[in-house]
Design a protein around this ligand. Structure first.
Ligand SMILES: Cc1cc2nc3c(=O)[nH]c(=O)nc-3n(C[C@H](O)[C@H](O)[C@H](O)COP(=O)(O)OP(=O)(O)OC[C@H]3O[C@@H](n4cnc5c(N)ncnc54)[C@H](O)[C@@H]3O)c2cc1C
Length: 335
């Protein structure tokens, strides 16, 4: 990847201190619902106490950790590791890097399989193995963990050198809870991280959070309170499926930015700005297209010559997935 003068300098993130095959035992420190109201989805904010393991103090906000469900899968093999973004800042929930957290959504689906006679009712219920196991744990229960994972989706070494647009869908909010805590709230008194913290970051920070329904907003009150307390932080919520005055679905996070391009343009055009997008696989397609269509792809995207002559609004999803790459100023974590 080409390095540009305004690329962020990222800290050296530690990775794979503990491998999934040798996962260590941690304990559930907390488990609380983090949706805004009654919702069709179930999402929990889960604290994990790493005390006494080699993972203590190793995580940076934005990284993820592995969870290994004990026992064997349907094929008699050990369960594969699942990754979860940490929702805590680098100093952890406790200020000492001992308690990390995540934002775990129970996977609940009906998936038909006509070739499987055990599913003859045509609408079998699929309960995701790890997310439901993790959400079922209570405080004090043991959990096998590994990590840290990922080194690029982290805040720059000097946060004040940049402005930020954070784009989240659903549990993609997790890393931004940690990052925004670090940028605006900071480590508590007594934390060894406190001396290194230079106070609330004064950069421009925009968080765009997209969910299907208003009740699916995560950590909503916390973000609202921060937006009230810090004039440089703006919290945008984008609801895609609630009834609109006109027929059809409401906007997704990238539509929101695209339709308010004149509002976002000065920020996006600034070479200080970094974009972080986290959430459902595929969300990057809309983000890349919106940026390029507005003529703002320059610092954030590398476009393959094969499609360079095509107007970005005409790019197909396949072309964007194969022929557009983010630069160091556009960080992606999609799953
Ligand atoms: C970097 C990264 C970060 C992540 N961060 C988060 C996070 O912060 N929060 C979060 O909630 N998730 C996160 N995830 C996703 C997480 O890792 C898991 O993939 C998710 O929780 C589902 O795992 P599961 O074991 O519950 O579901 P699984 O059991 O693995 O099932 C997953 C899917 O497989 C299919 N499937 C499963 N069983 C069957 C079956 N019997 N028949 C047909 N289809 C089936 C279904 O489509 C199902 O939805 C992240 C993933 C990555 C890669």
């Amino acid at each position: 990847m080409t390095v540009h003068p305004n690329d962020p300098t990222l800290p050296e993130a530690r990775m794979h201190v503990v491998l999934p095959g040798a996962a260590v035992t941690a304990k559930i420190a907390s488990s609380d619902s983090c949706i805004r109201g009654k919702s069709a989805s179930f999402v929990r904010h889960i604290g994990v106490d790493l005390s006494g393991t080699p993972l203590e103090g190793t995580f940076l906000a934005g990284q993820s950790f592995g969870v290994v469900v004990p026992g064997l899968d349907a094929k008699g093999r050990p369960h594969k590791v699942r990754l979860y973004s940490i929702a805590s800042p680098s100093y952890g929930e406790d200020g000492f890097g001992r308690v990390i957290s995540t934002t775990c959504k129970r996977t609940i689906e009906e998936i038909a399989d006509e070739n499987d006679p055990t599913r003859s009712d045509g609408h079998p219920l699929i309960l995701g193995v790890c997310s439901n196991w993790l959400c079922d744990r209570g405080v004090g229960d043991e959990v096998l963990v590994s990590g840290p994972n990922g080194k690029r989706f982290v805040l720059p070494t000097d946060p004040s050198a940049h402005d930020y647009i954070f784009l989240a869908t659903g549990t993609g909010i997790a890393p931004f809870r940690g990052m925004i805590h670090e940028l605006l709230v900071g480590p508590p008194e007594g934390s060894p991280w406190r001396a290194k913290w230079s106070g609330p970051c004064r950069s421009r920070i925009h968080l765009v959070m997209g969910t299907p329904y208003r009740t699916d907003l995560l950590y909503d009150e916390w973000f609202r309170a921060l937006a009230t307390a810090h004039e440089n932080f703006t919290y945008h919520t984008v609801i895609s499926r609630e009834p609109l005055p006109q027929p059809g679905h409401g906007p997704h996070a990238h539509h929101y930015v695209a339709t308010r391009m004149e509002h976002f343009r000065p920020l996006l055009a600034s070479n200080r700005t970094l974009i972080y997008a986290c959430g459902l696989a595929g969300m990057q397609v809309g983000v890349f297209q919106a940026l390029a269509t507005a003529g703002l792809g320059g610092g954030y995207l590398t476009v393959h010559e094969e499609i360079a002559q095509i107007h970005p609004s005409q790019w197909t999803t396949e072309q964007i997935k194969r022929r557009v790459r983010p630069t160091h100023r556009c960080m992606l974590e999609v799953y």
